[in-house]
Design a protein around this ligand. Structure first.
Ligand SMILES: [Zn+2]
Length: 169
């Protein structure tokens, strides 16, 4: 019942749980970004228009973009700290919907579709790994126009942390 001692006790417990999850998530992001910045000379990531995405409730829940915003903020200052290069690829790039093998762009790819097959070339894709490959390709093209840098790259996108040799914490 609202106003009763039991109600307040329950509310306090819920608040504490949320706070702990937030702390754990921040610790995870700190450990991950430090490892990435130490290990790689160049990191390519996608910059998300966080404010626009939060307006879309379903999208915000699906990709947890507040966490992504915190991750890119940390990557930005840690790359500077360790003297590394961070390439942020604009959000307009259809990284998810573009086939990284042939460049074919699919019309739509709902958020619950985790893997798909390109209708043009038949390549099977993991959603996140394919997006990461596209981000890397654009990132390295951007860098190639500038001065020479080490080719070591980290795909900063979901599943491909494994490929980069960084196990999930
Ligand atoms: Zn294709």
């Amino acid at each position: 019942m609202k106003g009763s001692g039991k109600y307040h006790k329950q509310r306090k417990r819920v608040a504490r749980v949320h706070s702990r999850i937030r702390d754990q998530r921040r610790n995870f992001l700190h450990q991950l970004t430090t490892r990435l910045a130490r290990r790689y000379d160049v990191i390519c990531c996608e910059s998300l228009a966080v404010k626009n995405m939060v307006k879309n409730h379903n999208l915000a829940l699906s990709i947890s973009d507040a966490g992504w915003g915190a991750l890119t903020d940390m990557l930005r200052y840690k790359a500077t700290l360790y003297g590394k290069t961070l390439v942020e690829v604009d959000r307009w790039l259809p990284s998810t919907k573009t086939c990284s093998s042939c460049g074919h762009v699919v019309e739509s790819l709902p958020l619950d579709v985790r893997s798909w097959t390109c209708s043009a070339c038949g390549t099977e894709h993991d959603r996140d790994t394919n997006a990461a490959k596209n981000i890397e390709a654009v990132g390295t093209t951007v860098l190639a126009r500038g001065e020479g840098v080490s080719p070591a790259l980290a795909h900063v996108s979901g599943a491909s942390f494994d490929e980069a040799g960084i196990p999930p914490l």
